[in-house]
Design a protein around this ligand. Structure first.
Ligand code: PLP
Length: 401
């Protein structure tokens, strides 16, 4: 996707618009599977919540990916995209027993993350195979917002509760076919991941009928030049070796599973916005764009640093800007950022806009959610229309008072 391609997409479909490059998703998928090519059975379940457009799900499934889902609605999206239920794992947390039973009727793999539901489910449905989500209590990354394996986390069943898990499994006679962990979103250090994996291997030894071990995700991708990213190749080599040894000792070839979201789609995405106003103040120059945290909230929610490029003026002189939105709220995308000279009407491209961008968008300020475009084999395919006024009022009821 060149700057010219992006500009023509902004011209054709308007702004703001999300654009996803299929070839980047494919190369990331290939990179991950190649890193684990020494393991006989590998399953990559794409984390739907990162980017849940049906055409994206269809494309990733065509590469061989299954789906990792966290709500019954995501399960339905996966099925709607044509993914067979056997390739969908349902990994919710804190949902009702009824929702889990609904997922059972849709035929997908169930993953349970608390003892209460495990006991209730095992009592009612001892024959349905279940995966257990373990919390290994490994602190990954530095930001507690995105570390879900540590001691205070709400996710998973504590590894220290293994005796209780075993008692429930024995009492109910339920079938545990998988064991799972998802330690956090940003793993910088392969050894931290491997350390958590050892805890999962220990836990796995307690169950005789496993079919898979699911290592969740946590692959870190670069957002800015110089960012540290997970060394997937080194990780693949080390974990593959360890996994194969485990399977030998276990006496059965298990499937090694992952659930990457960000790794597969983050870098494939660009968010294109138009500069409405360039505003000089006494302290800075604001570039005000036709978007805000209603369309891209990660910088405000997590402090994420998305690279921003002025694709309308790639050869311009660099100047310092604060890039902000147009909603009535402080919605700063970037502070004091060096960007090629910005003129009103220019199109800016936010990088790493594939994961957790569109899926976190809202209608705040009664603005429309943007269009989405999939770039595939040098062609732009509209995969979601921009909203219109009817979308804002569709479910509202004007009562006579
Ligand atoms: C969000 C999530 C993932 C994906 O995490 P990424 O950091 O996007 O790769 C995987 N597994 C579970 C259970 C999740 O909730």
């Amino acid at each position: 996707m060149t700057n010219r391609d992006l500009l023509s997409i902004a011209h054709e479909f308007g702004s703001p618009v999300y654009v996803y490059d299929a070839s980047k998703m494919a190369s990331q998928y290939k990179r991950l599977t190649q890193a684990f090519e020494k393991v006989a059975k590998v399953r990559i379940n794409y984390a739907v919540k990162a980017l849940s457009n049906l055409s994206v799900l269809k494309f990733l499934h065509s590469l061989g990916a299954g789906m990792d889902t966290v709500s019954i609605q995501e399960v339905k999206l996966g099925l709607e995209a044509g993914v067979p239920p056997s390739h969908i794992i349902y990994t919710p947390n804190g949902v009702s027993l009824e929702e889990i039973e609904k997922a059972v009727t849709l035929g997908v793999q169930i993953n349970i993350d608390n003892l209460s539901i495990l006991e209730q489910f095992g009592t009612l449905h001892p024959k349905i195979p279940v995966c257990i989500r373990i919390n290994p209590h490994v602190m990954a990354g530095g930001n507690t917002n995105i570390s879900v394996g540590h001691i205070d986390s709400k996710f998973g069943i504590s590894i220290h509760q293994m005796p209780h898990i075993k008692r429930i499994v024995e009492n109910t006679g339920m079938n545990i076919n998988g064991i799972h962990m998802h330690t956090g979103s940003d793993i910088l250090d392969v050894d931290v991941f491997l350390y958590a994996s050892e805890i999962l291997f220990e836990a796995a030894k307690h169950f005789n009928d496993l079919e898979f071990i699911d290592f969740g995700s946590g692959f870190k991708v670069p957002y800015r030049p110089g960012d540290v990213e997970t060394n997937v190749e080194e990780f693949g080599e080390k974990l593959s070796k360890r996994f194969n040894t485990f399977c030998e000792n276990y006496g059965k070839q298990l499937t090694l599973a992952f659930e990457p979201g960000k790794f597969l789609v983050s870098e494939a995405g660009k968010f294109l916005v138009k500069v409405n106003v360039v505003k000089q103040t006494t302290s800075t120059v604001f570039a005000q764009v036709d978007s805000g945290f209603n369309h891209l909230i990660r910088p405000m929610l997590y402090g994420s640093q998305h690279d921003i490029h002025n694709i309308s003026n790639p050869d311009g002189k660099e100047r310092f800007y604060s890039v902000v939105g147009y909603i009535c709220e402080t919605d700063t995308f970037a502070n004091n950022r060096r960007i090629k000279e910005i003129r009103e009407g220019d199109i800016l491209a936010f990088h790493n806009a594939g994961a957790y961008c569109f899926t976190m968008s809202s209608n705040y300020n009664s603005r429309y959610r943007p269009a989405e475009v999939l770039w595939h084999q040098d062609k732009a395919h509209l995969i979601r229309k921009r909203e219109i006024f009817e979308d804002l009022v569709r479910n509202q009821i004007k009562v006579d008072l």
